[in-house]
Design a protein. Structure first.
Length: 389
């Protein structure tokens, strides 16, 4: 197959922000920069619609993509996607979740499957084993991208999937935006009120149970070192409860809740140690890679795909998920050894540059697209080439 530029429709059903929306925006931006044609299909008045226009790609924000049993909305969306496929004839339709997957797969099937269909699996949620899911994933979908090996290995044993058509591609981060900057570091530490000798542990995550904030606060409560501070970036339904928890633990004066920030690349500069103590639903953490890109040593739980990003003892420390004692020990070790923090931080950025930049992510995704197109064309001609997995 030639390396000609591809035309792609990428869809997503989210109205707000989050990791999946960032995935789609990063991919659209980088594919456009690489010379491919991208149209984003999304809901009107969504964060994705607003931010995608700045990427230089086309935006089609007329899809409802509503969950649940809503036949009228689903039929309207399916007819609209079919019209788009008929008019624009993209090489690839790349879907992100169940709502847009069923919609785009049905529209593509109605037209005789003119486009290759690709689905990204972003999380560890269970997939039904029934006939409908087998039809959707094995017959109507040409390739599945999974964002970590753990999910790929799980789906490879699932009857609804063909293991030969599963491709692992971790998402990527902007290593130019997230890079060490002493000037910005000094400015942000002054803004957050940190002294020169403070050692700041940073967690950038939604304030929800899955992200494990309570285990971090448990660990910090056990450490009396007066230099230790915690910077919590993000918002979520647990904010009030977590604030109260820090007060009840007697560490309220050491934990700063900075809320939502649209200058995350600057905020990360203030951190000395990045932490991701997730206990659920974490596959290919953006925040962990962003901290590593800024040369921060990191502490990650062994949940999901996090151990695929951090090698224990190289770029940081990997601890058992939900184990506050292990988290405490890891923080103590990095708190006590500035040289170790520097060494791990440099190793982390080097790994991001090798494996986790947006360019690496986009080029691997294009390779998956071309494999999907080859499979798709072969099936239409009566063959079935073996995928690379």
């Amino acid at each position: 197959m030639t390396d000609r530029p591809l035309s792609t429709l990428i869809t997503d059903a989210h109205s707000g922000g989050g990791g999946q929306v960032r995935y789609v925006l990063n991919l659209a931006r980088e594919l456009t920069r690489l010379g491919h044609s991208v149209t984003l299909g999304c809901r009107p008045n969504s964060v994705l619609a607003d931010e995608a226009r700045a990427t230089g790609c086309e935006v089609c924000d007329r899809l409802a993509l509503r969950g649940g049993l809503r036949p009228r909305a689903w039929l309207t969306d399916t007819a609209f996607v079919a019209g788009f496929l008929r008019e624009h004839r993209p090489d690839v339709v790349h879907v992100s979740g169940s709502q847009d997957h069923w919609t785009c797969a049905a529209a593509n099937r109605l037209l005789g499957r003119p486009a290759a269909l690709v689905r990204t699996r972003h999380n560890t949620y269970a997939v039904g084993r029934g006939v409908a899911n087998r039809l959707l994933n094995r017959v109507w979908t040409d390739r599945q991208i999974v964002v970590c090996r753990l999910v790929r290995d799980d789906l490879a044993e699932h009857p609804a999937f063909d293991a030969s058509r599963l491709t692992t591609i971790h998402n990527g981060v902007d290593a130019d935006l997230f890079r060490p900057d002493p000037t910005v570091r000094a400015r942000m530490r002054a803004e957050f009120g940190y002294a020169e000798d403070h050692v700041v542990v940073g967690i950038a995550a939604r304030l929800v149970p899955a992200k494990g904030h309570t285990y971090l606060f448990d660990a910090v409560q056990r450490i009396s070192d007066p230099r230790l501070r915690v910077l919590t970036l993000g918002t979520g339904p647990l904010e009030s409860a977590l604030r109260e928890e820090t007060r009840a633990r007697g560490i309220g004066d050491r934990v700063l809740f900075a809320g939502f920030r649209d200058d995350m690349a600057a905020c990360v500069q203030a951190v000395d140690i990045g932490v991701q103590p997730s206990v659920d639903c974490d596959t290919s953490s953006f925040s962990l890679k962003e901290q590593m890109a800024c040369e921060k040593p990191v502490i990650a739980s062994d949940y999901g795909g996090l151990p695929e990003i951090v090698d224990d003892g190289v770029e940081g420390v990997v601890v058992a998920a939900g184990d506050a004692r292990a988290l405490e020990q890891a923080i103590r070790a990095l708190l006590a050894d500035a040289e170790l923090r520097v060494r791990m931080g440099k190793a982390g950025r080097a790994r991001v540059l090798r494996e986790f930049t947006v360019e690496v992510f986009a080029r691997r995704t294009v390779a998956a697209y071309r494999e999907a197109i080859a499979w798709h064309q072969s099936r239409r001609q009566g063959g079935a080439p073996q995928g690379t997995g």
